[in-house]
Ligand binder design. Structure first.
Ligand code: ASP
Length: 280
């Protein structure tokens, strides 16, 4: 059983060392709580559980605490992939829903599994999700100061469960100050992907992650026999051609956990029941 989570990039932000420490503490706590959950739950349910905790935490740019777009509204994206069933589900540009990952979870059960905008909001309401204000004063202040990418801090989780199944989940408030209608990688197979061989969650500049087809590419390389380390290395090498800004966490079917970033530093934590690693 293996679990790894991320809280997005830190170094590009203007946040203090104190915030960084708080983020690390939160990641450490959440990864251990999620590992405990994993003891009696599947990889799929565990990635949802971990991402929900991260969405509920105002320090991270997902759910509560999401960044505002150019028009002052918050639109969030989230995706979930079950490595076992090979089902990808996601929401793009959903508004006023505290846990977009819950909506992605519910979409696993229906035919139309990727919804955007109004359709995503209506689906969330139909499954009983309340609409809430996910804006916090800090993000409004950053917006008013026009602080672009104040805290690129998407969240994600990859898990290998005790039956050997893999899953990945990612959730974001976006890159901040983007044009309404912009599509985040986090709701696509470029930012979040899993199968029987590997599970990947990305963070960084969505346009670069989509251009590099990052999550799907790393997973494909592992599937075709490359080690997780070499798959990351080759895929990140390809990002260099256009100075792509991205980070990713991953776990393979053998339980190898790995992460890489194009520019330091992604904040992440992993826990295997004994060893807790919290880095940035
Ligand atoms: N990848 C996200 C996006 O571009 C932002 C992030 O990871 O912080 O929407």
């Amino acid at each position: 059983m293996k679990i790894m989570i991320h809280g997005g990039f830190f170094s590009e932000s203007n946040q203090s060392e104190e915030t960084k420490r708080l983020k690390q503490d939160a990641l450490g706590e959440i990864v251990q709580k999620s590992h405990h959950f994993l003891l009696s739950n599947t990889a799929l349910d565990t990635v949802v559980y971990a991402v929900q905790l991260l969405e509920d935490h105002p320090l991270f740019n997902a759910g509560i605490g999401s960044q505002l777009q150019k028009d002052g509204k918050i639109r969030m994206s989230a995706a979930l992939m079950d490595g076992r069933s090979k089902k990808f589900s996601g929401v793009l540009n959903i508004e006023s829903i505290q846990n977009p990952i819950h909506v992605a979870r519910a979409l696993q059960m229906v035919d139309d599994r990727v919804l955007g905008g109004e359709g995503a909001i209506n689906f969330a309401k139909n499954i009983g999700k309340e609409t809430v204000n996910v804006e916090i004063p800090e993000r409004r202040k950053e917006y008013e100061n026009r602080v672009k990418s104040a805290g690129i801090g998407t969240v994600g989780c990859v898990v290998l469960d005790n039956k050997g199944h893999l899953a990945a989940a990612t959730s974001t408030g976006g890159k901040g100050f983007e044009l309404p209608g912009r599509i985040s990688d986090s709701g696509t197979v470029a930012g979040n992907y899993a199968n029987d061989f590997c599970a990947i969650s990305c963070t960084g500049v969505g346009e670069d992650i989509v251009s590099g087809a990052l999550a799907a590419k790393i997973v494909t390389r592992v599937t075709d026999g490359l080690s997780i380390k070499d798959s990351f290395a080759k895929s990140f090498q390809e990002l260099k051609e256009f100075d792509g800004f991205a980070g990713a966490i991953g776990v393979d079917a053998l339980g190898n956990m790995y992460y890489q970033e194009s520019h330091p530093k992604i904040v992440y934590a992993s826990f295997d029941g004994v060893n807790l690693s919290v880095f940035s």
